[in-house]
Design a protein around this ligand. Structure first.
Ligand SMILES: Nc1ncnc2c1ncn2[C@@H]1O[C@H](COP(=O)(O)OP(=O)(O)OP(=O)(O)O)[C@@H](O)[C@H]1O
Ligand SMILES: [Mg+2]
Length: 569
């Protein structure tokens, strides 16, 4: 509740106005039976006074108009407030993604996270809106009705007050039963989301393994458990309304009988009883509505809690101090230990000095930890023990932004934004001139291709775009890094998708770029790293050999085997 309150607090003024409108709505609604009662009494007990009747009817029209206009304005304000709150929550949730430890993202599917930020926030919004629209007004109606009823007759009021909470008890009982079903329903919805997300983004893999039927069946399974849970939840929650209505009808009957007896004894007039019966039904109506809202609110709270759980995840540790030393490219690792799952040690006791201007290559079989070591050097994951320093400054004492701005990475999977080619390139260097962009693209042998596109450099790139191949995307990423011209260059299988001929050409551009720069290169094609200053040979999370190409070959160790196996044919 506290966390919801944190977001609502900001809009206290709008809520106050909404509350004032609730007061108008309640007072005017409650005044209607009074006027109607007076009209009845004029018609029954006196010679009919049409003038008086006319003025009563005019006040009736005014009163009803006040109700309607206030309701409309209140709705407007409540919509405004609840959408504002949802915007804030969604912004915070999305912002959180940028500050979460990567391990959180490793352990949660993208579908799960998007479901939370999109659907959960929507459901929460619906609940909130409903809460604002009905809770205030209904609570006030209950209070107001009691006051108006006491004004007419104390004993019937007592009868009403004692009997009505029965309907609330019934609805409470039912909603306590349905809560767990709503939790299940909402988690199944998230499962469907993740599953569809995963399958649609991997549609080609699905086709190539002929998995259409399988995936269809799997989805059908989740979908039908969703259906079953949803039907159960809706069925039980929809019992609330009829059950409370039955109780209310009984209450109404009791009051009518009791009131009739009092009218016969001339204690109150027929008009007063008519007002009273209106109140009695008006008094139970808010209980019904509140019970309906409670069901919605429960669902909203379940969804809201999931978003808040995300928002309240602990941020990844980040120091605030900015690295104020001139970065030349000296990095040292000291007894570094790291594991993705704490029970399974992976990187063990790596100590290493990478000096400025050095070209360091990382080689080793798949899964030996090359990318992991790069991840640690980029400070993507916290170490289990040991330390990494840049220019002698411990990573833990400087902010991640100020560290990473010195790095430029090209990875196996290229990451391009859903904007034009030019904007993608400008991401690296906002103020790069057109000439500079073109010259870099020429060096990367991608300029001719871009020029042939219908909109040239302004062509928008889309995810899964087939007008541009994976290798071409990679070339664009390489061009982007060249534009950034970082102090330290990291290439993790950066040319893995490019044909050997283009690779050799791009290699020349890389060699130029690497001049006087520290660079870390991961490559499976060992031919590309023969001239590295140091080759680190990794196996099972450890560096087992280290040296220059010729020297490692002469040692006839693991590298020797690895190298020869590539040229055996
Ligand atoms: N985010 C992660 N969470 C848990 N385990 C991971 C994660 N990333 C990698 N691993 C595991 O760590 C091991 C090393 O992976 P890594 O990506 O470092 O290998 P690699 O040497 O780069 O392999 P490749 O040559 O195929 O790129 C693998 O067994 C992998 O399953
Ligand atoms: Mg890798």
């Amino acid at each position: 509740m506290n966390r919801i309150f944190k977001y609502i607090k900001k809009y206290w003024f709008l809520l106050l106005i909404s509350l004032i409108f609730s007061v108008f709505i309640v007072l005017s609604t409650l005044y209607v039976p009074v006027i109607v009662g007076r009209c009845i009494d004029i018609l029954i007990y006196q010679a009919v006074d049409f003038l008086k009747l006319k003025s009563l009817l005019i006040s009736l029209t005014i009163t009803i108009s006040i109700t309607v206009i206030s309701q409309w304005l209140q709705n407007l304000i409540n919509n405004h407030t609840s959408y504002n709150i949802c915007r804030d929550i969604r912004n915070d949730a999305f912002d959180k993604i940028h500050h979460l430890p990567l391990s959180y993202l490793d352990n949660h599917t993208i579908g799960e996270i998007t479901n939370s930020i999109i659907n959960d926030v929507d459901t929460f919004n619906d609940g909130l809106l409903m809460g604002f629209n009905t809770l205030f007004t209904n609570l006030l109606t209950i209070l107001g009705t009691i006051v108006y009823m006491l004004n007419i007759n104390v004993s019937i009021t007592l009868v009403v007050c004692v009997l009505t909470p029965l309907s609330l008890l019934v609805s409470r009982y039912i909603s306590s039963k349905t809560h767990t079903l709503f939790v299940q329903q909402s988690s199944l919805r998230s499962d469907i989301n993740s599953y569809i997300d995963e399958m649609v983004s991997n549609q080609k893999v699905v086709y190539s393994f002929n998995q259409q039927e399988n995936t269809q069946n799997n989805l059908a399974k989740i979908n039908s458990s969703f259906k079953n849970t949803a039907i159960k939840a809706t069925f039980f929650s929809s019992l609330t309304n009829p059950a409370t209505r039955v109780v209310n009808a009984i209450v109404y009957g009791a009051i009518a009988t009791f009131g009739g007896l009092i009218v016969i004894k001339n204690i109150i007039t027929v008009g007063a009883l008519s007002s009273f019966l209106s109140y009695a039904s008006q008094y139970t109506k808010p209980f019904n509505e509140i019970s309906g809202v409670i069901v919605e609110l429960q669902n909203a709270i379940v969804c809201g809690n999931r978003v808040f759980d995300l928002i309240e995840q602990e941020n990844e540790y980040d120091a605030t101090t900015i690295l104020n030393k001139k970065v030349e490219g000296n990095i040292s690792l000291d007894k570094v230990n790291f594991s993705y799952t704490k029970t399974k040690p992976f990187i063990e006791n790596i100590s290493l000095d990478i000096n400025k201007g050095e070209k360091v290559a990382l080689v080793g079989p798949t899964g030996c930890g090359k990318t992991t070591l790069i991840n640690l050097i980029m400070n993507f994951y916290p170490l289990d023990s040991g330390s990494i320093k840049i220019e002698g400054v411990d990573y833990n004492t400087i902010s991640k932004d100020s560290l990473r701005e010195n790095f430029g990475m090209v990875l196996q999977d290229s990451w391009l934004k859903n904007v034009s080619i030019k904007e993608n390139l400008l991401m690296a260097k906002e103020d790069a001139s057109d000439e500079k962009i073109v010259s870099v693209c020429k060096k990367c042998h991608i300029h001719n291709f871009i020029q042939r596109l219908s909109n040239g450099y302004d062509t928008i790139i889309r995810e899964n775009d087939s007008t541009i191949s994976t290798g071409q995307k990679q070339l664009l990423c390489i061009a982007r890094i060249m534009l950034k011209d970082p102090k330290i260059l990291i290439l993790d299988e950066a040319t893995s998708n490019i044909d050997t001929r283009t690779e050799i050409k791009v290699q020349q551009a890389f060699d130029d770029l690497m001049q006087d720069k520290t660079s870390l290169i991961v490559a499976h094609r060992l031919s590309t790293i023969l001239n590295a200053d140091t080759i680190l040979v990794m196996k099972d999370g450890k560096i087992i050999e280290q040296g220059k190409h010729q020297q490692l070959l002469a040692d006839k160790g693991f590298y020797y085997t690895l190298y020869n196996s590539q040229f055996e044919n």
